[in-house]
Design a protein around this ligand. Structure first.
Ligand code: AGP
Length: 614
């Protein structure tokens, strides 16, 4: 959940690291720090609590000069957010520093052992045992590389680390153990980078290597080597990243979330490009490695995901069951492992994840694979663990998503599931060529429809001005739009801190209706489909109890104006694709309410973009 950056090369390390950390601040932000090896051979550290700007100000007053360094933004797990607990952490004699993401599960016995040997700790973190252990091994006469490897071999849990030491002024070590987030090496000309995420170093290089589980790397300015934890050399693949560095910057937008919402038409175009043929109706998903034999063998699909990605899976269930007649169960990845799921060789498991590094989603995926399932993933972060462990994957074409609240990854994952459903429906003999061509045709209008919704942004802003003081919100939907009610409520609560619930509209009368009074805005998704009449009667029930109703309705539906206090119109969209369009006004409403309330939209309190701890 923390952000990590390291650098060796001719540039001022402090600048490169701070620039990278700014791109990663969304990952965690209760404190931050930088360590640089100075010309005098000593490591200087600057750390501060709160946002990165505090560290930036500190470095402005007390800069550190050198060409090798490491930095970190923290999301606290062990030890309160404070300067002493902020990373980097230094060993007792000042020879080694480390930045770390993850949890050292056995840190208590390791710390006791070190304390018994006289080591004094200066923080409450689990991280500090790593650096103190490395130094103990150095003192015992090991080389740095062996000391790092020996230490890593003793850590339990999922951990990612970068280590620097005073004895090798041109060398960084880094490693990945389990699923605590990625370690990406960036290969420059006469310089090397290391980061937890691609955007941190994308402006310097597009040549990247992704460390696998239980691999470590040694980097100098001109070279790098990768080994396993037994010291055996590994020949890594170097990937060329196609992401545009500009798309990882905020540009003229006030917030990343706003920018990412407005990028959705472009993301939809990119999602379709090269994957569908509008004339023949063909769907091309080469990285999925689908065959007719596999598509016909599987008799059950589990979708595993967390948060917004889980809600995307709830929408996908409608698509996969309707277009491919594949029985689909959607499970919270954090629960999947604990309910003894029935999984075998006839089961496929689909992980949906923007970051590709969510610990629970990876753990569920690994368990499913171990039980014999075919593992698929729909994933945005290229080269992430979820992509690498899957038997087949679809790379979302959302581009870097920086805002903590997920938006464009949600809509692209909906379309990716639709494409998967079409491909499976074809291979399973469910869809005729004509039917598939029609469903593919339906996709062609999507980017334009999304653009039409964005054009009405001023209306959502005006509505936000009316509603931003509400304490509670209810979102209602039915059928394929019920997950959109859940997603609308999640967006509102995570960035505006207003309590909001998404509910299946038909369930309202079984309990939640008791909550409705004049102070309760009720947002009802009532676009035209086979459940429209039923939604109208639920709107009437809410209105009869004094609730303020905001209806999300199909363009041209004049009658609904008599039923609701406010109406948000969206263009008519084929039913299976309606969620893609319907979610956009809800994203913007949440965004404007949060801005109106003065909330920190891109970095909401207590949240982190990639949740790499359980
Ligand atoms: C969404 O706005 C979230 N902040 C969060 O729920 C997120 O969707 C969840 O943590 C899953 O992340 P992933 O898609 O990267 O696996």
């Amino acid at each position: 959940m923390c952000g990590i950056v390291g650098y060796i090369g001719p540039r001022p390390a402090q600048l490169v690291i701070m620039q990278g950390l700014k791109r990663l601040e969304y990952r965690g932000y209760d404190s931050a720090g930088v360590a640089v090896l100075e010309q005098n051979g000593r490591i200087a550290i600057r750390r501060d609590v709160g946002k990165l700007v505090n560290l930036e100000n500190l470095l402005g007053r007390e800069p550190i000069h050198g060409h090798i360094g490491i930095g970190h933004t923290r999301w606290a797990t062990h030890g309160e957010p404070s300067t002493r607990n902020a990373h980097p952490h230094m060993s007792m004699n000042g020879r080694v520093v480390v930045v770390h993401n993850g949890i050292v599960e056995n840190f208590l016995p390791l710390r006791e052992e070190l304390q018994a040997e006289g080591v004094q700790f200066s923080s409450d973190t689990d991280t500090e045992v790593i650096v103190q252990m490395i130094e103990r091994y150095l003192e015992a006469g090991m080389t740095m590389e062996t000391a790092v490897r020996q230490t890593l071999n003793q850590l339990k849990g999922a951990n990612a680390v970068v280590v620097m030491n005073i004895d090798e002024p041109d060398t960084l070590y880094c490693a990945r153990l389990g699923n605590a987030g990625g370690i990406t090496l960036g290969i420059g000309e006469g310089e090397m980078f290391v980061a937890s995420d691609i955007p941190a170093i994308l402006e310097y290089t597009r040549q990247m290597v992704f460390l696998e589980n239980r691999q470590m790397a040694r980097l100098t300015r001109h070279d790098f080597t990768v080994t396993d934890l037994a010291g055996q050399p590994i020949a890594p693949s170097v990937h060329t990243i196609s992401w545009d560095p500009v798309s990882a910057a905020k540009g003229e937008y006030k917030h990343f979330m706003q920018k990412e919402i407005f990028e959705q038409p472009r993301a939809l175009v990119d999602t379709l490009r090269g994957r569908v043929d509008f004339e023949t109706g063909d769907v091309l998903l080469p990285e999925m490695n689908l065959t007719a034999e596999l598509a016909q063998r599987i008799n059950k699909l589990f979708i595993v995901a967390c948060g917004t990605s889980y809600y995307a899976g709830l929408v996908g269930k409608f698509m996969l069951e309707s277009l491919a007649r594949l029985p689909t169960e959607v499970a919270y990845a954090s629960e999947f492992r604990y309910h003894d799921p029935i999984v075998d060789e006839k089961t496929a498991v689909l992980a949906i994840t923007q970051s590709g590094e969510t610990a629970d989603t990876l753990a569920a995926s690994e368990q499913a694979k171990a039980q014999g399932a075919t593992l698929w993933s729909i994933v945005n972060a290229f080269g992430s663990q979820s992509m690498r462990i899957a038997d087949g994957y679809i790379a979302m074409q959302a581009g870097p998503e920086i805002g903590v609240a997920s938006t464009k990854a949600f809509v692209t994952s909906l379309v990716d599931q639709y494409l998967l459903a079409l491909a499976l429906g074809t291979l399973r003999g469910i869809l005729t060529t004509d039917q598939r061509r029609q469903y593919v045709q339906d996709l062609s209008q999507l980017p334009d429809l999304a653009g039409q919704v964005l054009d009405r942004d001023e209306e959502y802003q005006a509505l936000a001005n009316e509603l931003h003081k509400a304490q509670n919100f209810l979102y209602l939907g039915r059928g394929i739009n019920y997950p959109i009610a859940l997603e609308g409520a999640l967006k509102l609560k995570e960035i505006s801190y207003i309590h909001a619930e998404g509910y299946p509209a038909g369930e309202m009368k079984h309990g939640p209706i008791a909550l409705i009074d004049e102070s309760m805005p009720v947002l009802a998704i009532a676009t035209r489909d086979h459940l429209y009449d039923k939604m109208i009667s639920q709107i009437q029930q809410a209105r009869a109890r004094g609730g303020t109703v905001i209806a999300l309705a199909t363009e041209g539906d004049k009658a609904i104006r008599h039923e609701a206090d406010y109406v948000i119109y969206v263009p008519e969209t084929p039913p299976l694709l309606a969620p893609v369009v319907n979610v956009i006004p809800l994203q913007l409403l949440a965004y404007h309410i949060a801005v109106r309330r003065g909330c920190d939209v891109d970095q909401p309190r207590n949240l982190a973009k990639s949740v790499t701890v359980e």
